[in-house]
Design a protein around this ligand. Sequence first.
Ligand code: DX5
Ligand code: ZN
Length: 229
Amino acid sequence: MPHNVLISPSILSADFAALGQAVRDIDAAGADMIHIDVMDNHYVPNLTIGPMVVKALRKHTTKPFDVHLMVSPVDALIPMFLDAGADYITVHPDAGPHLHRSLQSIRDGGAKAGIVLNPGAPVEQLDPVIDLCDQVMVMSVNPGFGGQSFIPSQLDKIAAIRARIDAHVAKGGQDILLQVDGGVNPTTAQDCIRAGATSLVAGSAVFKGAGTYAENIAALRGQNVSRVA
Ligand code: DX5
Ligand code: ZN
């Protein structure tokens, strides 16, 4: 079925003792990308997945790996995640030390580069690096944990970034995915899409939602969730 918003389920909400199966299941359920949250207990107060796990998961799907690096400093880890099979690597501008160089090194390694803006970060952080971005992600929760509530004030930021991307494309610039991460459920998903998002990350809503993974993903796209017998 055609659809125009990408869904990137976050395996942070999956069973960590069965991550390979989780990746195969969300692939079969219609996920467009696989969102992998990398946390270092320094940039954020949690500790999750490293490049060895990403590499081990690589053989379980051909869908793009959307790797969200919540680590500081970030640069030394980028080659490891490139080697592990990341397709998108997204970094926080304040993870440092050199955002522009981080984005260059992601692209030089053959992956798509993204920046991610925390709820307290200004939209202007995109401007100096927009030429280097394939994806911009808006955090609609503070980073570190799944299962938090969507912060509505981020909708204005999504709309502001939508305007910047459209202006960039109108001037001949590359198109950029506008992704939202945190507290995305079937209701907030529609708010995000209306504000201009083209990609949605969802952990709890996919892995702990009311239906099957396929139904939960369809619900995020705004499609009927009626069960096919
Ligand atoms: C939070 C992570 C999110 C998280 C989203 O720091 O970046 O990707 O998994 O989880 P939900 O969808 O449950 O808010
Ligand atoms: Zn994330």
